[in-house]
Design a protein around this ligand. Structure first.
Ligand SMILES: [Ca+2]
Ligand SMILES: [Ca+2]
Length: 96
C-alpha cells in the first residue's frame, strides 16, 4: 500500500502549471456566483477577488469587469469568464 515510488514523477504534473492555475481561478469565480444565476455581478467579482487576496477587491472587480464584459451588460457570463480568468492570471493572482 501507499505511494509507488517507482511511478512517482514529480517533474511531470498532469497539467502545465498555467493551465492548473487557470482551472483553479475558474473554480473560484464559479464558486463566487452566489445567487447561482450563471453570471458574475460586480458584487460577486468583488467577493472572488477578495478570496484571491486582492488589496482593493472593489477596484479589481471594476477593472476585471471592464476588461471582460464584452457585451457591456454589467455582468460576466460564461463566454466572458475566460477573459476574466486570463486577466486575473496575467496579474499574478493564483489560488493558495
Ligand atoms: Ca451571480
Ligand atoms: Ca457581459
Amino acid at each position: 500500500m501507499g505511494v509507488n515510488v517507482k511511478d512517482y514523477k514529480p517533474h511531470q504534473p498532469k497539467l502545465p502549471v498555467s493551465r492548473q492555475t487557470e482551472e483553479q481561478l475558474r473554480a473560484i469565480f464559479m464558486e463566487s456566483d452566489i445567487n447561482k444565476d450563471g453570471v458574475l455581478s460586480k458584487k460577486e467579482l468583488k467577493q472572488a477577488f477578495g478570496r484571491l487576496g486582492a488589496l482593493i477587491p472593489s477596484f479589481r472587480a471594476y477593472r476585471g469587469l471592464h476588461h471582460a464584459d464584452a457585451n457591456h451588460d454589467g455582468v460576466v457570463d460564461k463566454d466572458e469568464l475566460d477573459d476574466l480568468i486570463k486577466y486575473a492570471y496575467r496579474l499574478g493572482y493564483k489560488v493558495t
